[in-house]
Design a protein around this ligand. Structure first.
Ligand code: HEC
Length: 207
């Protein structure tokens, strides 16, 4: 339960004379995050085959039949090994560290414009199919609450916990160095490499 929900429950109407405590069903509808260790995943299962049918009906118009992306809609498959390239190709397969995140994301946000219209079994099937498009699982794979947290994603090791507390410990001192501090800052990349900064001063032509 989030802080906000806890606050609402603990305060009496007199202390908080607006709104009302949320109903358990309202909290349940809102509290839908699925975590890497499987916490929050609902019961259910779905196969690659079931996912393929659903995907073609409800996703392919935007994401392409093979996850290649239709027009300028996002790709969902491919790109493994490109993250260090000048133009990294980030997809569920090449970039995402956890399969459970695909469940969380699809449950929360897809299909675009009809978010939260899918049943749990349908979402498991879609995740199975997208993992299969990325060659992460075999054709006969059945995704479930039990096995999704155990899937090893290609870029799992590309993410690590925020280590600033130890890595930057020397920086967080009472008297920080203000002059001649070594080593000097080093520029390791440019925003233009990931294509967030336009090269020209005029806007690109839109489709
Ligand atoms: C109308 C077009 C459309 C449809 C239909 C659609 N999507 Fe999407 N999808 C999008 C857009 C747009 C985004 C990016 C949204 C954003 O970044 O805020 C996206 C993002 C995603 C992502 C995250 C991609 C990434 O790497 O960030 C996944 C996974 C996904 N969609 C799965 C699905 C699935 C599964 C379906 C079918 C149930 C579906 N989408 C249907 C438009 C669509």
């Amino acid at each position: 339960m989030t802080m906000l929900a806890a606050m609402c429950v603990n305060l009496s109407a007199a202390e908080l004379p607006v709104g009302r405590p949320p109903l358990p069903a309202e909290i349940a509808a809102w509290d839908i995050d699925a975590r890497p260790d499987g916490q929050g995943l609902p019961r259910g299962q779905g196969s690659v085959k079931q996912g393929e049918t659903l995907y073609l009906e409800r996703c392919a118009a935007c994401h392409g039949e093979f996850g290649e992306g239709a027009g300028r809609w996002p790709e969902l498959a491919g790109g493994v090994g490109t993250l260090a390239h000048e133009r990294p190709f980030k997809t569920v397969g090449s970039y995402w560290p956890h399969a459970t995140t695909a469940f969380d994301y699809i449950r929360r946000a897809m299909p675009f414009g009809q978010a939260q219209s899918l049943q749990s079994d349908e979402i498991y099937a879609l995740v199975a199919f997208i993992l299969n498009l990325n060659d992460i699982v075999k054709d006969d794979f059945v995704a479930s609450q039990a096995n999704l947290p155990t899937i090893k994603m290609p870029n799992a090791a590309g993410f690590y916990d925020d280590d600033r507390e130890t890595a930057e410990r020397g920086f967080w001192v009472a008297t920080p160095c203000m002059t001649d501090c070594k080593p000097p800052a080093r520029i390791t990349g440019h925003a233009s490499a990931v294509d967030v900064t336009p090269d020209s001063k005029t806007a690109p032509k839109m489709e």
